[in-house]
Design a protein around this ligand. Sequence first.
Ligand code: CRA
Length: 812
Amino acid sequence: PDKVCGIYVTANNRNIMLRAQMPHIGLREDILRQLAYVVGKDPEHATLYDWRIALSHAVRERIVDRWFASTRRTYEEGAKRVYYLSMEFLIGRLLEDAITNLRLDEAAELAFRELGIDYAAVLLDEPDAALGNGGLGRLAACFLESLSTIGCPAYGYGIRYEHGLFRQSFEDGRQVEAPETWLLQHHVWEFERPEAMFQIGFGGEVREAGARAVWEPTEAVFAEAYDTPIVGWQGRWANTLRLWSARAVDPFDLERFNLGDYVAAAAPEALARTISRVLYPDDTTEPGKELRLKQEFFFTAASLRDILRRFDSEYDDIRKLPAKVAIQLNDTHPAIAGPELVRLLHDERGLEFDEAVALARGTLSYTNHTLLPEALEKWSEGLMGRLLPRHMTLIERIDALHARENPTRKAAARANGQVNMGELSFVMAHKVNGVSALHTELMKATVFEDLHQLHPDRIVNQTNGVTPRRWLLSCNPRLSALVTEAIGEDWVDDLEQLARLEPRLSDAGFVEGFAAAKRANKVDLSNWMAQGHDLLVDPEAMFDVQIKRIHEYKRQHLNILEAIALWQEIRANPDAGWAPRVKIFGGKAAPGYVFAKKIIRLINDVARVVNADPVTSPHLKVVFLPNYNVSLAERLIPAADLSEQISTAGKEASGTGNMKFALNGALTIGTLDGANVEIRERVGEENFFLFGMTADEVVNRRDIANHAAKAIAADTRLELALKAIREGAFSPKERDRYRDITDNLAGPDYFLVCSDFADYWRAQREADAAYRDSAAWTRKAALNTARSGWFSSDRTIRGYMGEIWNAGSLNP
Ligand code: CRA
């Protein structure tokens, strides 16, 4: 027998062993084999797409054995499983992620070089899986990867949307939305599981049967599972992302078909499918649609049934549920899990109601991601009662039980004709967490003040994090090679090791290497912008980047106002030695959010005028890149010098982009909001451009009459910038195109753009001055990288495991 990695193997299992131990072996042959027998092409006729599918299958083969092994281990150990329920998983491209984690990069590159195929182009051919809107969905994706890296047995549960987040383009500066069609191509990473199918009901009647009840829904759909393996660093462990797709129970009405009514015959199928058809393109407002509530119940109910089925296969005492199962509710979207689990335990399994609630509470925990009132989900009793009649009664009983346990309780989940999903989640969870230190404190003081008084130990903080595999190792190969050269590669799954870079800052070679990596990333980005977007920018200029959803609280309009003021000032004084800047924007506005779409158009209009100005253009460029997504973020973040994190203090729960930038050596210009506070504490205040009011000051400022008018009167630059917009400098053919923006800013200005403008301007000029001293800047940038180790999602997940889930790691 042969020996592989010290193990004797027989010829039979030799190939499997080889692949498991040394995944790079035979990669080229496997790609060719997959190309022939799975894709059905020979190398002479294969397109980029064919090569990508072949490579993906060859990589996937190398995950499957580890995936099985992880599942087996979990059963053998009787380990507790974590279930992460989320409406969104913004996973982006998967191929490169898998290749990175299996450490196949060099082998894959070599294989394609030998085959004469452009490897980078093969990777870029993959569409982004955009099953999420923004931070919340991307956080879920980082968490899945960290759970696998840590070796914590876990499942992600969500919806397999046929259409992810819309594709954005600009027409005449305006956002135009087109449907996103990722599933039109064969999705290599998923395994269909027709055997894991549950019938999910809606509507109907509740029949009382003693203390319990029988719910008889009138409408039903099937939830069918699709599994995607998520492999962790070095392929040590793989977990599952299970996404549900809706199908009709009776797909086809033959009777109607035979009568010639073909449209009606296909109606049940079409109706059912709408449930998993599209992702709601809005991450902050509750669309108030019946379909949205159906989506929430659909995936939550299917997941709970699946979880209990798996539990039953191992244990016969349901009272062990909290010891063996932890279910995390990612925001309130799966909050119906509370009453649904109670229903399953009480109505279907016959537990006493109080015990059912206690078991559910021991199993469930809830993460709050926002304090914005418009984003706190509330459903009308009418709608919920119609769709989920049994759950309405159970929510009432949950409220009653909670009030009995806590006689001083003032509010309830069901109040004023509505069901408050935040209250419900809190009451049904044993732990509730915020996503940054500041946000958690604000939760205690504001939305959950009353409940926090009653349950002072329930709220805990778990500051968000990002996976260093995607957000440094793979997106920034130059910087990660430099880091590995300096401190070895343990940092990849132990990010705090980055602190060991600090002593290297006195080493000129290291500092030069750091600057060279950033510079090369900027050259790459400028080349890409020149080719793909016909935009010429100078890689010597400061790359100042704001990428995130477009929202008034995130204040892209503050940024563009500053650009206008800067443009005016440079025009007035072109020889003042300006530090050249490229302001880069990216982000989508919810299709129904008119004001946010106006901000996009304004930025595009300003860009057109400013970029065409020969006087200012050596010093200032403004760029809005269309269709911002995970892949674009991976391109932009490594090339950024300045990270814009300028939300109105108290409004951004955490942010995660802010962490990615700091990790990749960008300096932050930001307010004391969300995780900015913790970033600044760690990277050092001298390496962070702070400006603006604090969350407390914000609240007080709003009480001052005419606060915006006062701020404008006190600041000529701001006044002139607003005047230029108002007079049509950027929309000469339609002078009042931005009247709603200027009126809002001069009037209510709820997000306090005007009040923070002067201090923002000051901080920007400080950044200019700092950038002019390039050696000092590089040092600050490198300190940002060296001190960002705490922002790994591995740290965050360990926090959840210890303080919320009571779950362990099975990593060897
Ligand atoms: N919009 C917050 O606003 C936070 C992420 C992840 C958000 C961000 O500040 O970083 O969640 N909230 O915790 C949210 O989606 C429903 O609320 C976000 O992505």
